[in-house]
Design a protein around this ligand. Structure first.
Ligand SMILES: NC(=O)c1ccc[n+]([C@@H]2O[C@H](COP(=O)([O-])OP(=O)(O)OC[C@H]3O[C@@H](n4cnc5c(N)ncnc54)[C@H](O)[C@@H]3O)[C@@H](O)[C@H]2O)c1
Length: 349
């Protein structure tokens, strides 16, 4: 039996990118079981798949889940992602992102799982020496969070040698946007990323958005990033599992559009869609922010047959639709119906 005939275990499948990927996998005809602590995820974001509530470090529960559901492949999203918090509380990141991943891989191996798609990040390259960034750019993490991702990539390379575990580490650029049917998206209560914060400033007016630095050496003076629609990212996972199921070897793949957009490009696109400007203030540059980073998508196309279908316009349109619908349903619900943010995160990279 090919590993593609079995069930996919999706850790962190109740989170932002995980929940979109679960839907994409189901639409591709895959059986899925979601495994999430719900610490930062939402039960209602899990659509059309069973949910097991647990921690990735609980080896017995992971192995039992794999055995019960006939799991053959793993997609591993579950992690903390707040760069600033990782510098203040590094042990929290080593434990959850690194030690938790090791426990998870051991438990999956015990259940006979040999294919892993891992959520890595373009932040493993730190401030890139050149753009666009290709997979052979130097690994140079500049935060504990980024280091935790680089370490798990290294650990996966070792598991290939020691246990024959095959993996694709997908190095995401900046995930953004929402599902086109408006059902799931990136909750601004849980995120400090640009698009949800711009939507919050636009729709609530308070707080105003802070733009960190407008005196960079870029066409409009603001930082440049590669914003990738979350459904495009989800599709990359479907294709990475197919690559592994077809016997593909362990590798790392950059997942971005190849197009850089400045902070002001994002705010202008938002104003175009909403018909009114995003209120913002300019603050000094933030330490550790690369001036410009965007992906070279060539290898993703060659190795996985994947490339992004959507651009900034679709990202902003879908996010705006989703945030407006959330506000309308919040206005209809009672305060105790509303989900509680656990802690505000900062720039996920
Ligand atoms: N959002 C981005 O732009 C971005 C960029 C690069 C990499 N990533 C990585 O992608 C992954 C998903 O990101 P996201 O934006 O969807 O984050 P998210 O916080 O929305 O989702 C993470 C999910 O993992 C769960 N989780 C965390 N620790 C767990 C544990 N020990 N056991 C079980 N469940 C646990 C949380 O409850 C949450 O549902 C993360 O690994 C993140 O580091 C995200």
């Amino acid at each position: 039996m090919s590993s593609l005939d079995g069930t996919v275990l999706v850790t962190g499948g109740a989170g932002y990118i995980g929940s979109h990927t679960v839907r994409a996998l189901r639409e591709a005809g895959r059986d899925v079981v979601v495994y999430d602590s719900l610490e930062l995820g939402r039960r209602e974001a899990v659509i059309d798949a069973p949910l097991v509530i647990g921690n990735i470090a609980d080896s017995d529960l992971v192995t039992a889940t794999c055995n019960e559901h006939g799991v053959t492949q793993l997609v591993h999203f579950a992690a903390y992602k707040a760069v600033g918090e990782s510098m203040k509380s590094p042990a929290k990141y080593w434990r959850n992102n690194v030690a938790g991943s090791v426990e998870l891989y051991e438990a999956c191996l015990a259940a006979g799982v040999h294919d892993v798609v891992f959520s890595s990040s373009c932040s493993v390259n730190g401030t890139p020496a050149a753009v666009p960034v290709s997979e052979d750019a130097p690994i140079h993490p500049e935060s504990v969070y980024a280091e935790s991702k680089a370490m798990v990539e290294r650990i996966l390379s070792c598991y290939k040698i020691t246990h024959g575990l095959n993996s694709v580490s997908l190095r995401y650029f900046n995930a953004a946007g929402a599902s086109f049917d408006g059902r799931i998206g990136e909750d601004w209560a849980y995120s400090q990323n640009l698009v949800p914060l711009a939507m919050k400033a636009l729709l609530l007016g308070n707080p105003r958005l802070t733009v960190f630095g407008n005196d960079y050496d870029t066409p409009d003076g603001t930082c440049i990033r590669d914003y990738i629609h979350v459904d495009d990212l989800a599709d990359a996972h479907v294709k990475a599992l197919a690559y592994l199921g077809g016997g593909g070897d362990t590798t790392a793949v950059n997942v971005g559009t190849g197009v850089g957009s400045s902070v002001l490009d994002v705010l202008n696109a938002t104003a175009d869609v909403a018909g009114k400007p995003v209120p913002y203030d300019v603050a000094p540059r933030r330490a550790g922010d690369p001036v410009s980073t965007y992906s070279d998508p060539t290898f993703a196309q060659t190795a996985l047959g994947w490339r992004a279908q959507y651009g900034l316009k679709e990202i902003i349109n879908s996010a705006y639709t989703w945030h407006r619908s959330q506000m309308e349903s919040d206005a209809r619900s009672t305060p105790q119906d509303r989900p509680h943010p656990v802690w505000p995160t900062d720039a996920a990279r």
